[in-house]
Design a protein around this ligand. Structure first.
Ligand SMILES: Cc1ncc(COP(=O)(O)O)c(C=O)c1O
Length: 246
């Protein structure tokens, strides 16, 4: 029998989870989450990495940060996992599916411009099976039309395009650490942020609309509700599992 997938297990996961439990800090943004975020920042050169509860949630965060509104159109490949579309449909946007290339199974970059209308807000390239999309062309089209690029790099963690890590080329990158992926934390993901000015808003959306991240860094003396948001941070036990693999 050949299993569809074996969840990655490298040997130190249980020890790290024990350390998380014994630290008595098992909610989000403890030592293991910080370690994982820093690991990806140093490895990939992204401005900011924020662990999330899934790649789906990382993409939802990216949709919020890109100010996707009802009626906006978002271009994505016709062949992908449903989460790529979900994150934008949840904001009331319309997914516009563009055909894929038979050689890479990725969005055909030469068919993107024909799908752009005055309602188009973003392009979401999906790096299927870790094979990169043609990012130079996609970034040039986005620049020409003033569109955001959100890379669905769920399957592309640590894969590269012309020497650059997937997820670090567009405005935002989304990773998955689901059980089926090469690096895992059970359920989990990460948002990579390319622009300094998006970081604070991302932290607020991820922490229920509060500025708690600033509070934890000692930048303010109490935290408050400053915007809308949700809860996108994973527990320390999940982050510990991931750290064992990193
Ligand atoms: C291309 C793609 N996007 C998004 C996702 C969603 O990832 P997650 O399960 O971490 O939400 C997956 C998961 O398989 C995927 O393959």
């Amino acid at each position: 029998m050949i299993n569809f997938n074996e969840p990655p297990y490298t040997g130190k996961e249980i020890e790290y989870i024990k350390q998380a439990v014994e630290s008595k800090k098992i909610c989000g943004d403890g030592a293991f989450t910080k370690k994982a975020n820093q690991w990806f920042e140093e490895k990939t050169g992204t401005k900011k990495c924020l662990l999330t509860t899934s790649c789906t949630h990382a993409t939802e965060l990216a949709a919020l940060l890109a100010d996707i509104k009802p009626g906006d159109e978002v271009i994505m490949p016709s062949y992908t996992f449903c989460s790529t579309a979900d994150a934008f449909v949840m904001r009331g946007a319309v997914p516009v599916f563009v055909d894929i290339r038979p050689d890479t199974m990725n969005i055909d970059e030469n068919k993107i411009e024909a799908a752009i209308t005055e309602k188009t807000k973003a392009i979401v390239p999906v790096h299927y099976a870790g094979v990169s999309c043609e990012m130079d062309t996609i970034m040039a089209i986005a620049k020409k039309h003033g569109l955001k690029v959100i890379e669905d790099a769920a399957q592309g963690v640590l894969s590269k395009y012309k020497g650059r890590f997937l997820g670090t080329i567009g405005d935002f990158g989304c990773y998955s650490f689901h059980e089926t992926k090469n690096y895992s934390m059970g359920e989990g993901g990460a948002l990579l942020i390319d622009h300094e000015e998006d970081i604070e808003r991302a932290e607020i959306f991820r922490e229920k609309g509060t500025n708690r991240s600033k509070f934890f860094r000692g930048q303010i003396d109490k935290y408050t509700w400053v915007d809308f948001g949700s809860s996108y941070l994973p527990s320390e036990m999940n982050a510990a599992y991931l750290c064992a693999q990193l």
